[in-house]
Every structure is written in structure tokens, then in C-alpha cells.
Design a protein around this ligand. Structure first.
Ligand code: ATP
Length: 352
């Protein structure tokens, strides 16, 4: 049985026209790191708050470990749910030293155990020498590690993190994604992270839950979600893509589109008529004798690759979007260049 179970969780706020969270169904395993990902207002914070006990669902049940923490019949208060919280702004107490901040959540522990445990978790996050400092004397990344140490100190069932990386600049953000997952893995801690940033979600999670308008759109491991997005929204939310309409061949594998025939990675299970395809730009590789050929309309240099907008020769009119493809940086391409490319089936997905 899963360690955390959210069964049919719905939340309708007073005066709200639509549910903020709509029949959400999610099972999480012990030690799993899950990210709730979606645009502003999709219901991810409300979901986190309901798990924490700061907000009651309108319907549904929540089970954490052996405890049913919410049902129609009862709601366990936040402090009894065995939850560690890491807030977006870390919420450290500025007038307390780091060690006192960490000991704060251990008020039921004896004085000696409290200090021992605080030292242990500070060592875990690599800040054993910083116990006597104050939060303002630490960098953003260090403050975040203190917040995580404080959340882990009481040995919670689950750590909930609300936009944990959003206050960090790009370089530090990358390091903290790595550090935080390392610490969570070392302690086999189950974690639920809320973010609107796809890169954060992919870098830290075992599985990502994409939400929109209170509804789960897809639950999948990052690689699977990128390669096989379930619908157009997911395809576009987790990266750049080309969305094309086409008709399925009787072989259930080839799709006829305005750029020509595009092949799916596998035979589809049933015959569909009109379908929508997502083709990742990385799936289009320049090749001298490629199956597709067109003229470059726009080049954007990113440093790691060049984004090319290519207008295919066989397009009947300009109503279709040009294809977005990535070219290696060493390739000399400019507006007007004629390029040909192939499409890797592995990065083609049927999304509708
Ligand atoms: P963000 O990334 O902007 O924090 P989110 O995905 O976390 O967005 P939520 O904060 O969960 O979204 O909000 C989901 C919906 O519920 C929104 O339409 C929001 O306006 C509404 N909502 C959230 N809290 C309340 C509240 N206390 N009262 C009424 N409506 C609320």
C-alpha cells in the first residue's frame, strides 16, 4: 500500500465558481520525491495546504503512513500529522541562532536530545559549524539548508516544500536542487514539492504531477513526461514543442501531416482518424539528406544550441507555424539557409 494516499480530494472555496482542486487522486510511496507542477492558480498550494492540515478539503480522504489525517469524520491538526514544512521564504526566526531555529520544532524532546538531534541534522545539511550564527549571517542557500534541517529534525513522515528554489539565483538554484535531493534521499524522506518551474520539477522528482485548473493532467517520471506527454497542455508546459495535426495511417504508426509523414515510436493501440502530434525540437536533427526540407526563417542563439524556425517547402500556405528545431552551435546557419532534417520517432508523441 502507498505511504501517502489522497483519495478524491476536492476543495471548493466559499464564493469560488470552480473547485480549486477537483477530485485529486494521488498515491505516494515511502521515500518518493513528488513535485506538483503547474501554472499560477492551478491548485498546487491548496493541495499542499490540505496535506499539511492548514486547509480542510470539501471532500475526500487523506492518509499519511498509518494515520487517516482527514476524512468526512475528522481532521487531524497540522502538528499531529508528522509533517515538516519548508516555506518559500524559509521562515527562519531572525532573533534566534541557527541551532535554536533547528531545535524549535523539538519542544517535546528533552534538552540534551534536542541539542544532539539539532547537531545531527545540521551536520546532515553540512552546516555543523554554523549553529551559533544568526540567519542574516548566512547565504540564501545556507538558509534554505537550515530550513530543511529544521523540517527534518523531528523525523517527520513527510516534508512539504513550497517553491523551495524560487528565491535563489540560477547557479545556486542548480546546486540546491542537487543538495536538497541528496539530503532527502540520504534520509529516505518522502517529500512533496510545489513549483511552477519545470526545470526544478524535472531535476528533483521521482514523479511529477502536472496540474491545470485544479485537475491532474498527468503523473509520470520526468523522462516519460517529456517524451510522452499526455495532452497538448502538458507537452507545452514541460518544454518547447511542435504541435501538428494529422491523420493516422492504417498501419497505426505513421501520421500524415502538412510536413509529410511522421512516424510514432510505437504502433498506436487503436485506429484514430484526426490526431495531434507533439514533436520535440531536439527530435529534429539536421542531416544532409533528411526526409524534411525547408528554409530557415529565424535563428536564436542560446549558447548551448541554436533554435531554428524552419518553413517547410511542401507547406501549401503560410498558415501553419514554422517547425522549431535545435541545431548544434557549431553549425553555420542563417536566415534563408535551406536545411534538411530527420525526425526521431522517440521524441514524437500522440497527444490527442
Ligand atoms: P500559485 O503558483 O500562484 O501559488 P497555485 O497553483 O498554488 O498558484 P492555489 O493557490 O492553490 O494555486 O489556488 C488555486 C485556486 O484557488 C485559485 O483560483 C485561487 O484564487 C483560489 N484560492 C486559493 N486560496 C483561496 C482562498 N483562501 N479563498 C478563495 N480562493 C482561494
Amino acid at each position: 500500500m502507498s505511504f501517502i494516499q489522497l483519495e478524491n480530494i476536492t476543495k471548493v472555496f466559499a464564493g469560488g465558481e470552480k473547485p480549486a482542486v477537483d477530485h485529486l487522486q494521488l498515491n505516494i510511496n515511502k521515500g518518493e520525491i513528488i513535485t506538483l507542477l503547474g501554472p499560477s492558480g492551478c491548485g498546487k498550494t491548496t493541495t499542499l495546504r490540505m496535506i499539511a492540515g492548514f486547509e480542510n478539503p470539501t471532500n475526500g480522504t487523506i492518509q499519511i503512513g498509518d494515520n487517516e489525517v482527514f476524512s468526512d469524520a475528522h481532521s487531524l491538526p497540522p502538528e499531529k500529522r508528522g509533517i515538516g514544512m519548508v516555506f518559500q521564504d524559509y521562515a527562519l526566526f531572525p532573533h534566534m541562532t541557527i541551532i535554536k531555529n533547528v531545535m524549535f520544532g523539538l519542544n517535546k524532546w528533552g534538552a540534551r536530545e534536542k541539542r544532539k538531534r539539532a547537531k545531527e541534522v545540521l551536520e546532515l545539511v553540512g552546516l555543523e559549524d554554523y549553529g551559533s550564527r544568526y540567519p542574516t549571517q548566512l547565504s540564501g542557500g545556507q538558509q534554505q539548508r537550515v530550513a530543511l534541517a529544521r523540517a527534518l529534525a523531528p523525523k517527520p513522515n513527510v516534508v512539504l516544500m513550497d517553491e523551495p528554489f524560487s528565491n535563489l539565483d540560477a547557479g545556486l538554484r542548480e546546486k540546491m536542487r542537487f543538495d536538497v535531493t541528496n539530503i532527502l534521499r540520504k534520509t529516505n524522506t518522502t517529500a512533496i514539492i510545489v513549483t511552477h518551474d519545470q526545470k526544478d520539477a524535472f531535476a528533483v522528482s521521482d514523479r511529477v504531477v502536472v496540474m491545470k485548473d485544479g485537475l491532474i493532467q498527468q503523473i509520470a517520471a520526468p523522462k516519460e513526461m517529456y517524451r510522452c506527454p499526455k495532452n497538448c497542455f502538458v507537452a507545452q508546459f514541460v518544454g518547447k514543442t511542435n504541435l501538428l495535426t494529422g491523420t493516422m495511417d492504417t498501419d497505426l504508426r505513421n501520421i500524415h501531416t502538412h510536413i509529410g509523414k511522421v512516424t510514432l515510436p510505437n504502433e498506436w493501440q487503436e485506429r484514430l482518424d484526426t490526431v495531434k502530434l507533439s514533436i520535440r525540437p531536439e527530435g529534429c536533427s539536421l542531416s544532409d539528406e533528411g526526409a524534411y526540407c525547408g528554409q530557415v526563417e529565424r535563428v536564436t542563439y542560446s549558447g548551448e544550441y541554436q533554435e531554428l524556425h524552419v518553413r517547410l517547402h511542401n507547406e501549401p500556405e503560410l498558415s501553419e507555424e514554422p517547425m522549431l528545431i535545435y541545431a548544434p552551435v557549431e553549425k553555420d546557419v542563417e536566415i534563408g539557409t535551406i536545411v534538411s532534417f530527420d525526425i526521431k520517432p522517440e521524441l514524437v508523441a500522440l497527444v490527442e
